[in-house]
Design a protein around this ligand. Structure first.
Ligand code: G1P
Length: 297
């Protein structure tokens, strides 16, 4: 068994151009999903899976991220004076979550490059990577299962979701073969965003990874790929192909609820789905939604 994994890396350096002008002066990770910034869901998920050390790879314009996970004495004092314990608790939730660290990506050379920036911090242990655009429903298990599979197989592990063939060009796509476990496959190949019709399968990589540290050496030699960027998928393809080198790559097949907040339409859908499910908002929102839908053509 490998050592217990404690480190999570969260790339958060993207410019958020799909959400302009909202993201002109604010990181896209701070956009609220119902009433919490998207990034807080992701950090909470990491913590829930036992990862207590979080490194965010940020860039310019991202100071709001650091502020969000830090204390804000003035606001706390006001809420305390008012005796508004409920809001005080909400303010403090993000402060106490995890041991937070930040480093800047520098040049925006791609996801693989962002992950490589974590090398010094992570050292020689397996670690998790969580992408902020994917939210996993807290009622469904993914990351903890991936950590378990990493321990059992001593390999790198990706999260896989079966998607419609019309969607495969948006993802890294895996070629897989079965293992004895119903929710685990061996990944024999990976390709980043294949052209429509050229996908080797419908198994899309979604934004959760548990990686062996050998990925850093591979990333150091990974040339720019799709879109001229250094792709994490390309480095994982090397680990999948040379399985004797670092245990290969396995996939945990996720069949739960996942929300994409990466573009405007999916972001709106995510907010509606999550709000409709909430005890405080759902009872009023659901009937309103139903009658609103009736007014649509
Ligand atoms: C990234 C990865 C891709 C993966 C996706 C999951 O792409 O490069 O392999 O399938 O995340 O969300 P992005 O969505 O950042 O373009």
């Amino acid at each position: 068994m490998a050592n217990r994994i404690t480190k999570a890396v969260i790339p958060a350096a993207g410019l958020g151009t799909r959400f302009l002008p909202a993201t002109k002066a604010m990181p896209k990770e701070m956009l609220p999903v119902v009433d919490k910034p998207a990034i807080q869901y992701v950090v909470e998920e990491a913590v829930e899976a036992g990862l207590t050390d979080v490194l965010m790879i940020t860039g310019r314009n991202k100071s709001a991220l650091e502020n969000h996970f830090d204390r804000v004495g003035e606001l706390e004092a006001v809420l305390e004076r008012k005796g508004d314990i409920d809001r005080l608790r909400k303010v403090n939730e993000s402060t106490r979550l995890a041991e937070m660290h930040y480093t800047r990506q520098g040049d925006p050379l791609g996801l693989g490059h962002a992950v490589l920036r974590a090398k010094m911090h992570v050292g020689r242990e397996p670690f998790a990577v969580l992408l902020g655009d994917d939210l996993i429903d807290e009622r469904d298990e993914l990351l903890s299962r991936m950590l378990e599979v990493q321990g059992e197989r001593d390999a790198s592990v990706v999260a896989l979701l079966e998607v419609e063939p019309s969607q495969t060009h948006l993802y890294g796509i895996a070629t897989v073969e079965p293992t004895g476990d119903d929710d685990v496959v061996r990944v024999t190949g990976l390709v980043e965003k294949p052209a429509p019709g050229e996908q080797p399968s419908n198994f899309a990589v979604i934004g959760r990874y548990v990686l062996r540290p050998e990925v850093f050496e591979v990333l150091e030699h990974t040339q720019p790929g799709k879109g001229g960027e250094i792709q994490l998928t390309d480095a994982l393809q090397v680990l999948a192909a040379e399985s004797e080198r670092a245990g290969g790559v396995y996939g945990v097949v996720f069949r739960g609820r996942r929300y994409d907040t990466g573009d405007r339409l999916d972001y709106i859908k995510a907010i509606i789905q999550l709000a409709a499910d909430r005890d405080d908002l759902g009872p009023e929102l659901r009937p309103w939604l139903a009658s609103f839908v009736e007014t649509l053509d």
